[in-house]
Design a binder for this molecule. Structure first.
Ligand code: NAG
Ligand code: NAG
Ligand code: NAG
Ligand code: NAG
Length: 532
């Protein structure tokens, strides 16, 4: 036993993977089946049973967030997905019957960079084994609970939940503070319960930001009290989110240590606003981008932001700014006159719009996030607090951080989940720090995000398009780089990801087979979950 801050998979290990499966197979290997891999871990060779009446003790028991996390843990480990044949006779003896959660700071403030580190110790004392999770914040404690849940598995012969390879000692923390998944509810509406299921599944992979691309040109589902006609731009009156729905989603996410970063994509991608307020269009026949020449356009934007600020406490707010085709500005006479009177080109007006929107967000104490075209077009004009969101290709974050701005990595060639021809290993092998050597510049990369654009994904296929590939990115974003990169780095990833995908399935998530040619396709024939 010893700290495995880096591990060495052997050829034997790789061969062994091809021979599994038994319910205790995780016990046979020296790399644990925890996804994403913890930063440091060591383990022994004992098996401990866990009492279904496991009790929560310690300062964590005083926290509603930890308490709720513990209840979810019990639901997952002792009922959902596992058999119901528990040994419940009073005579049954279990090695582990208490979970001690020590939280050093009970603050429930969830912001970018919140301390998510935790230690997890599983030891066997005489008569009563104890599990201790120690964390600086309640959110670190949640991450520890998730890891603990992945170490518990039902043994079909003893009919007990077992922990293999105890004692365990885990010291863990994320590699990046921003580990995101984007959902698009404009191209297709997603019901609130489906969004909640996705948030729940994100917590299993320790993702911590839901980027909610709520509105776009096709539909405007969100209620905005200041401008009540905006959601007339929803597809139907049943495909909408009330203010209460939005609060519910934010709170549900927070209970799982997940921030919600809302997006209002301007000035392009906003055509749906004009269903309720046609004045925001340059003209009824030329509808995008938003009319830059009218002050009333900015009044609507300001009203949206004021209402949304009450719902979304996360410090980052996404202002879009991508794919702005300015033809309607130059071809619509009143807009063109406005441009000329100010001696502006259409490109100047694009910059003017983005900077004005940034100013509005900043005045509401939000940090603006913008898609990379804004940086590509006027890099020196963006506010210094701007976070640039990469998507078009590789090599953008290196340029962004060289200019001292922060960056989120989402290169579409590797981390756009709607690209269903991108296999899991291409997702896994992409690294947000690619091409960035200086430590001071690496710090400016907040992390990355996988994007689930909704043109061809709705409730019928969204979960299997997200999973398992989002998990590949999640390990890249959480685990130390030497675990996921290089000669030894990714050798054990495939069987571990197959295991995690089966764990998702067991927990009710419709994650697709890992190795099919196209993501989200069903199995190609009979076989074990663990081998596809
Ligand atoms: C289990 O680990 C202990 C302590 O490292 C060692 O002494 C013992 O031989 C091991 N037992 C087995 C069956 O490997
Ligand atoms: C606890 O955390 C909050 C939020 O980060 C912070 O404001 C507060 O100072 C911390 N309290 C202690 C005692 O460190
Ligand atoms: C308009 O801009 C052009 C190019 O920047 C400049 O040469 C010209 O003097 C400007 N005209 C006015 C009226 O500001
Ligand atoms: C592991 O990473 C290397 C690059 O570091 C890559 O060439 C290889 O294909 C990867 N293997 C898997 C199984 O992803």
């Amino acid at each position: 036993m010893g700290w495995c801050s880096c591990y060495k998979p052997t050829l034997l290990l790789i061969i062994a993977f091809t021979f599994f499966i038994s319910q205790s197979f995780a016990a046979k290997f020296s790399v644990p089946f925890i996804w994403p891999l913890p930063a440091k871990f060591s383990f022994g060779n004992e098996t401990l049973s866990v009492d279904p009446a496991l009790s929560l003790i310690g300062t964590g028991a005083d926290s509603p967030i930890v308490k709720a996390g513990f209840d979810r843990f019990k639901g997952i480990v002792f009922s959902n997905g596992y058999g119901f044949g528990f040994v419940t006779t009073p005579k049954a003896v279990y090695a582990v019957n208490r979970l001690n959660v020590v939280v050093h700071n009970q603050s429930e403030e969830l912001q970018l960079g919140v301390d998510e580190s935790y230690n997890l110790f599983i030891t066997k004392a005489i008569g009563s084994g104890k599990v201790t999770i120690e964390a600086n914040t309640v959110f670190g404690a949640l991450r520890g609970l998730e890891t603990f849940s992945q170490l518990c598995s039902f043994d079909y012969s003893t009919k007990k939940v077992q922990i293999y390879k105890a004692p365990w000692s885990i010291r863990d923390q994320p590699r990046f503070p921003f580990r995101g998944l984007m959902l698009d509810t404009s191209r297709h509406y997603l019901p609130v319960n489906v969004i909640k299921q996705i948030i729940e599944s994100m917590s299993y992979a320790k993702l911590n930001v839901l980027h909610w691309h709520i509105v776009d040109e096709q539909s405007f589902p969100l209620e905005v009290p200041s401008y009540p006609n905006l959601w007339k731009g929803s597809y139907t009156k049943w495909e909408r989110y009330t203010i209460e729905d939005a609060y519910e989603i934010v709170n549900f996410a927070k209970m799982r240590g997940i921030n919600v970063m809302a997006e209002v994509d301007v000035p392009g991608h906003a055509k749906s606003w004009g269903i309720g307020y046609p004045d925001v269009w340059p003209s009824p026949s030329c509808k995008t981008p938003l009319d830059v020449s009218k002050e009333s356009t900015f009044d609507v934007l300001s009203g949206i932001m004021t209402d949304m600020r009450k719902i979304f406490p996360f410090e980052l707010f996404h202002l879009g700014g991508d794919e702005v085709d300015t033809d309607c500005w130059t071809s619509t006479s009143h807009v063109n006159k406005w441009l000329q009177s100010r001696n502006m080109t259409a490109n100047d007006a694009y910059e003017y719009f983005v900077l004005k929107a940034q100013h509005m967000a900043l005045s509401k104490n939000w940090t603006p996030v913008n898609w990379e075209e804004t940086f590509n077009t006027f890099p020196t004009k963006l506010h210094p607090r701007t976070v640039v969101h990469n998507w078009l290709g590789s090599g953008v974050c290196p340029k962004v951080v060289a200019k001292g701005l922060r960056c989120i990595f989402s290169n579409q060639g590797v981390w756009y989940l709607d690209h269903v021809d991108v296999p899991w290993d291409v997702v896994y092998n992409a690294d947000p720090l690619e091409g960035i050597q200086e430590a001071s510049e690496q710090k400016l990369v907040l992390g990355g995000e996988v994007c689930m654009w909704g043109e061809v994904a709705d409730t019928s296929d969204v979960q299997q398009t997200i999973w398992p590939r989002a998990a590949a990115a999640a390990e890249r974003l959480w685990s130390p780089r030497q675990f996921t990169t290089g000669r030894n780095g990714n050798l054990t990833a495939l069987p571990r990801l197959q295991y995690f995908r089966c764990l998702l399935n067991r927990r009710g998530v419709a994650a697709a087979p890992v190795t099919n040619l196209y993501a989200r396709t069903p199995p190609t024939g009979p076989g074990s979950c663990f081998e596809q």
